[in-house]
Design a protein around this ligand. Structure first.
Ligand code: SF4
Length: 319
């Protein structure tokens, strides 16, 4: 039987420290499909040995990571006899994350099994701040909330209703409900996190969370954006790295030498707050040297309409 090549042998051979006496398998190129997972048709009937060599009947249940708004795909490995989640791993068939997650994804299991996790609605009893809460049923909680909201709406006190949700995963639907009720008080994690970025995206592109085609880009410009640090960037980071492997150049504007800046082809350590000025200077240079993709600008940027709106009495020119 052929003996296995251990990792020291493998590393030494790759570094050229020892001659290659045996053929080493080629490394899987980054970005290739993940292969080491059961076929999709078998996800509800997986059998595997646990660490005690006990055979477990498992089901791989697709779910979504909500630890940031990248919303990567996960698979919960459920022991169907114990009805218990045994582990959580990346979903290789998810089109965004493609089975690759940051460490927070698999760590979701800690949240599921946290002994202090609140599993049902709690109603405060006693004075606010005293910490007196009693568990109540979902029906009781919903009845009470509905009664309170109804009373406020019927007495024209719409501005006393505030809807707050941690990680909004139902955008659109709840927005419509609140609008139908005439309520403006919608607060989320996003309100205090990415609101300014999203506002800029919305005003510029008409959509608050664009996903550029990094994979097919030739030059990727990152403004204080850290693809090594997770968040939205897990699905993006994979594609940025793939683009870089195909020859794309990465330019980073960032006051600090982040890990991303360290990997960039060009790092421009801007003073905080001056990124806009740098971009305007780049734009000016592109215009002066006629290095603009005119058909793209014509198709995608209504700058004449924008200038006419901004300065209706003047000719639409950038001068
Ligand atoms: S990047 Fe990490 S935390 Fe964010 S959704 Fe993906 S796995 Fe979860």
């Amino acid at each position: 039987m052929a003996s296995k090549i251990n990792w020291i042998e493998r590393l030494s051979a790759r570094l050229g420290l020892v001659p290659r006496t045996r053929k080493l398998p080629e490394p899987v190129p980054y970005g290739a499909e993940l292969r080491d997972y059961p076929p999709f048709e078998k996800w509800l009937e997986v059998e595997e040995l646990d660490s005690t060599r006990k055979l477990r009947r498992m089901a791989m249940i697709p779910t979504t990571c909500f630890n940031c708004e990248a919303g990567c795909g996960l698979l919960a490995a459920v022991d169907v006899d114990e009805m218990e989640i045994v582990r959580i791993e990346g979903n290789p068939l998810h089109p965004g994350s493609r089975g690759r997650n940051c460490a927070k994804g698999p760590a979701t299991l800690n949240q599921v099994k946290d002994p202090e996790r609140i599993l049902q609605p709690m109603r405060r009893e006693g004075p606010r701040g005293a910490g007196g809460f009693v568990p109540i049923s979902w029906d009781a909680a919903l009845d009470q909330i509905a009664a309170n909201v109804r009373e406020l709406l019927l007495t024209n006190r719409h501005d006393e209703v505030m809807y707050h949700v941690g990680r909004p995963g139902h955008e659109g639907a709840m927005e419509r409900v609140l609008q139908a009720w005439g309520i403006d008080g919608h607060n989320t994690h996003t309100t205090v996190c990415s609101a300014s970025a999203r506002c800029g995206y919305q005003l510029t592109w008409g959509y608050d969370r664009p996903s550029p085609d990094h994979e097919n880009s030739q030059l990727i410009l990152l403004l204080s954006a850290h693809l090594e640090a997770g968040h939205y960037f897990n699905p993006h980071a994979q594609r940025i790295i793939e683009a870089k492997q195909r020859g794309a150049r990465i330019v980073v504007l960032d006051p600090r030498l982040s890990n991303t800046a360290a990997c960039a082809d060009l790092w421009l350590p801007t003073r905080p707050g001056t990124e806009g000025a740098v971009l305007l200077a780049v734009l000016r240079l592109l215009i002066d040297e006629n290095k603009i993709d005119h058909s793209f600008v014509r198709d995608w940027v209504d700058w004449r309409g924008y200038m006419a709106h901004l300065h209706p009495a003047e000719p639409p020119t950038v001068d």
